[in-house]
Design a protein. Structure first.
Length: 208
Protein backbone atom coordinates (compact mmCIF):
# COMPACT_ATOMS: atom_id res chain seq x y z
CA UNK A 1 0.00 0.00 0.00
CA UNK A 2 1.14 3.53 -0.76
CA UNK A 3 0.19 6.95 0.47
CA UNK A 4 1.01 10.08 -1.50
CA UNK A 5 3.51 12.62 -0.40
CA UNK A 6 4.14 15.59 -2.24
CA UNK A 7 22.84 20.27 2.70
CA UNK A 8 26.20 18.94 2.51
CA UNK A 9 29.78 17.37 2.23
CA UNK A 10 31.34 14.30 0.67
CA UNK A 11 33.67 11.46 1.55
CA UNK A 12 35.72 11.83 -1.60
CA UNK A 13 36.36 9.71 -4.67
CA UNK A 14 39.45 8.29 -6.25
CA UNK A 15 40.10 8.89 -9.93
CA UNK A 16 42.88 6.94 -11.58
CA UNK A 17 44.26 8.47 -14.77
CA UNK A 18 47.58 7.73 -16.42
CA UNK A 19 48.70 5.76 -13.41
CA UNK A 20 48.13 8.71 -11.07
CA UNK A 21 45.51 8.48 -8.35
CA UNK A 22 43.67 11.70 -7.53
CA UNK A 23 41.35 12.01 -4.54
CA UNK A 24 38.58 14.61 -4.78
CA UNK A 25 36.46 15.63 -1.81
CA UNK A 26 33.47 17.89 -1.39
CA UNK A 27 33.73 21.19 0.42
CA UNK A 28 31.48 23.90 1.80
CA UNK A 29 28.54 24.60 -0.43
CA UNK A 30 28.81 21.20 -2.11
CA UNK A 31 25.61 19.13 -1.73
CA UNK A 32 26.07 15.91 0.21
CA UNK A 33 24.66 12.96 -1.66
CA UNK A 34 25.57 14.26 -5.08
CA UNK A 35 28.77 16.17 -4.42
CA UNK A 36 29.95 18.02 -7.50
CA UNK A 37 33.65 17.32 -7.98
CA UNK A 38 35.66 20.22 -9.36
CA UNK A 39 36.68 18.21 -12.43
CA UNK A 40 34.67 18.60 -15.58
CA UNK A 41 35.17 16.05 -18.31
CA UNK A 42 33.70 14.82 -21.55
CA UNK A 43 31.48 11.77 -21.86
CA UNK A 44 34.38 9.93 -23.49
CA UNK A 45 36.70 10.74 -20.57
CA UNK A 46 34.09 9.64 -18.04
CA UNK A 47 33.55 6.32 -19.78
CA UNK A 48 37.24 5.45 -19.85
CA UNK A 49 38.10 6.69 -16.35
CA UNK A 50 37.91 4.22 -13.43
CA UNK A 51 36.29 5.68 -10.29
CA UNK A 52 36.30 4.15 -6.81
CA UNK A 53 33.44 4.17 -5.94
CA UNK A 54 31.66 4.81 -9.20
CA UNK A 55 30.07 8.22 -9.75
CA UNK A 56 27.23 9.84 -11.66
CA UNK A 57 27.93 12.01 -14.68
CA UNK A 58 25.60 14.97 -15.21
CA UNK A 59 26.10 17.31 -18.15
CA UNK A 60 29.89 17.29 -17.94
CA UNK A 61 30.19 17.24 -14.15
CA UNK A 62 31.11 14.30 -11.91
CA UNK A 63 28.69 13.84 -9.00
CA UNK A 64 29.67 11.72 -6.02
CA UNK A 65 27.31 9.12 -4.53
CA UNK A 66 27.03 8.38 -0.80
CA UNK A 67 27.47 4.73 0.12
CA UNK A 68 29.64 2.33 2.08
CA UNK A 69 27.95 2.22 5.50
CA UNK A 70 26.81 -1.07 7.04
CA UNK A 71 23.03 -0.61 6.77
CA UNK A 72 23.24 0.88 3.28
CA UNK A 73 25.42 -1.93 1.98
CA UNK A 74 23.37 -4.59 3.77
CA UNK A 75 19.99 -3.40 2.51
CA UNK A 76 21.34 -2.94 -1.01
CA UNK A 77 22.62 -6.52 -1.00
CA UNK A 78 19.38 -7.89 0.47
CA UNK A 79 17.23 -6.17 -2.16
CA UNK A 80 19.47 -7.44 -4.94
CA UNK A 81 19.32 -11.01 -3.57
CA UNK A 82 15.53 -10.93 -3.21
CA UNK A 83 15.10 -9.82 -6.81
CA UNK A 84 17.95 -11.96 -8.11
CA UNK A 85 16.32 -15.08 -6.68
CA UNK A 86 13.44 -14.52 -9.11
CA UNK A 87 15.49 -13.78 -12.23
CA UNK A 88 14.59 -16.95 -14.12
CA UNK A 89 10.90 -16.93 -13.20
CA UNK A 90 10.39 -13.23 -13.88
CA UNK A 91 12.85 -13.07 -16.83
CA UNK A 92 14.80 -10.22 -15.29
CA UNK A 93 18.37 -9.38 -14.31
CA UNK A 94 19.12 -7.65 -11.01
CA UNK A 95 22.41 -5.73 -10.86
CA UNK A 96 24.16 -3.66 -8.21
CA UNK A 97 25.62 -0.26 -9.15
CA UNK A 98 25.19 -0.63 -12.90
CA UNK A 99 25.90 2.47 -14.95
CA UNK A 100 22.78 3.55 -16.85
CA UNK A 101 22.81 6.18 -19.58
CA UNK A 102 19.71 8.27 -18.97
CA UNK A 103 20.41 10.80 -21.77
CA UNK A 104 23.19 11.80 -24.16
CA UNK A 105 25.03 13.68 -21.40
CA UNK A 106 23.84 11.94 -18.23
CA UNK A 107 24.83 8.66 -16.60
CA UNK A 108 23.37 7.48 -13.30
CA UNK A 109 24.42 4.56 -11.08
CA UNK A 110 21.39 3.22 -9.18
CA UNK A 111 22.05 1.08 -6.11
CA UNK A 112 20.03 -1.75 -7.71
CA UNK A 113 18.88 -1.90 -11.32
CA UNK A 114 16.38 -4.44 -12.67
CA UNK A 115 16.47 -4.97 -16.42
CA UNK A 116 14.41 -7.06 -18.83
CA UNK A 117 16.23 -10.32 -19.63
CA UNK A 118 14.54 -10.37 -23.04
CA UNK A 119 16.38 -7.21 -24.14
CA UNK A 120 19.71 -7.32 -25.94
CA UNK A 121 22.43 -7.07 -23.32
CA UNK A 122 24.20 -3.69 -23.15
CA UNK A 123 27.31 -3.06 -21.06
CA UNK A 124 25.83 0.35 -20.22
CA UNK A 125 22.03 0.08 -20.59
CA UNK A 126 20.35 2.73 -22.70
CA UNK A 127 16.98 1.00 -22.84
CA UNK A 128 14.73 1.84 -19.86
CA UNK A 129 15.16 -0.48 -16.89
CA UNK A 130 12.08 -2.15 -15.44
CA UNK A 131 12.95 -0.75 -12.01
CA UNK A 132 15.66 1.30 -10.32
CA UNK A 133 16.21 1.23 -6.55
CA UNK A 134 18.01 3.76 -4.40
CA UNK A 135 19.04 3.22 -0.77
CA UNK A 136 19.26 6.40 1.28
CA UNK A 137 22.47 7.20 3.16
CA UNK A 138 22.35 9.39 6.30
CA UNK A 139 23.81 12.32 4.34
CA UNK A 140 21.32 12.08 1.48
CA UNK A 141 18.39 14.47 1.20
CA UNK A 142 15.14 12.80 0.19
CA UNK A 143 13.98 15.61 -2.06
CA UNK A 144 17.26 15.50 -3.93
CA UNK A 145 16.94 11.75 -4.35
CA UNK A 146 13.48 12.23 -5.85
CA UNK A 147 14.90 14.85 -8.20
CA UNK A 148 17.57 12.34 -9.22
CA UNK A 149 14.84 9.77 -9.87
CA UNK A 150 13.40 12.08 -12.52
CA UNK A 151 16.40 11.30 -14.75
CA UNK A 152 15.33 7.64 -14.73
CA UNK A 153 11.72 8.59 -15.47
CA UNK A 154 12.78 10.77 -18.40
CA UNK A 155 14.53 7.79 -20.01
CA UNK A 156 11.38 5.69 -19.56
CA UNK A 157 11.80 3.95 -16.19
CA UNK A 158 8.28 3.73 -14.77
CA UNK A 159 9.18 3.32 -11.08
CA UNK A 160 12.07 4.19 -8.78
CA UNK A 161 11.91 2.74 -5.27
CA UNK A 162 13.70 4.63 -2.49
CA UNK A 163 14.50 2.85 0.79
CA UNK A 164 15.64 4.48 4.03
CA UNK A 165 17.45 1.95 6.28
CA UNK A 166 17.42 4.37 9.22
CA UNK A 167 13.67 5.07 9.42
CA UNK A 168 12.59 1.79 7.76
CA UNK A 169 10.49 3.76 5.28
CA UNK A 170 10.16 3.35 1.53
CA UNK A 171 8.76 5.44 -1.31
CA UNK A 172 7.74 4.86 -4.91
CA UNK A 173 8.58 7.58 -7.40
CA UNK A 174 6.76 7.75 -10.74
CA UNK A 175 6.26 10.46 -13.35
CA UNK A 176 3.10 11.43 -11.47
CA UNK A 177 4.81 12.02 -8.13
CA UNK A 178 5.96 10.20 -5.01
CA UNK A 179 3.98 7.89 -2.74
CA UNK A 180 5.09 6.57 0.63
CA UNK A 181 4.85 2.84 1.30
CA UNK A 182 2.45 2.03 4.14
CA UNK A 183 2.66 -1.76 4.15
CA UNK A 184 2.24 -4.71 1.80
CA UNK A 185 3.89 -5.53 -1.48
CA UNK A 186 5.43 -3.07 -3.88
CA UNK A 187 4.68 -4.04 -7.48
CA UNK A 188 5.83 -2.82 -10.89
CA UNK A 189 2.79 -2.67 -13.21
CA UNK A 190 3.05 -4.73 -16.36
CA UNK A 191 5.69 -7.04 -14.86
CA UNK A 192 5.87 -9.86 -12.35
CA UNK A 193 8.13 -7.82 -10.08
CA UNK A 194 6.94 -7.53 -6.50
CA UNK A 195 8.73 -7.12 -3.18
CA UNK A 196 7.77 -6.64 0.45
CA UNK A 197 9.93 -3.90 2.01
CA UNK A 198 9.09 -5.23 5.49
CA UNK A 199 10.91 -8.47 4.67
CA UNK A 200 13.95 -6.58 3.40
CA UNK A 201 14.04 -4.28 6.43
CA UNK A 202 13.69 -7.23 8.81
CA UNK A 203 16.61 -9.00 7.19
CA UNK A 204 18.69 -5.83 7.40
CA UNK A 205 17.90 -5.30 11.10
CA UNK A 206 18.96 -8.88 11.88
CA UNK A 207 22.44 -8.01 10.61
CA UNK A 208 22.92 -5.21 13.15
Amino acid sequence: MLRRREGWSGAGIEIETSGIKQVHTGGEGIPMGTTAVTNRMSVEEYLRTPFRPDVDYVDGVIEERNLGEWDHAGLQSILDRMLGAMEDEWRIYSSIELRVQTSATRFRVPDVCVTDARNTMEQIPRKPALLCIEVKSPEDRLLRMFERAKDFHRMGVEQVWVFDPETLKAWVSTRDGVQEWSGGLLKVPGTLIELDPAVAFEAMVRRR
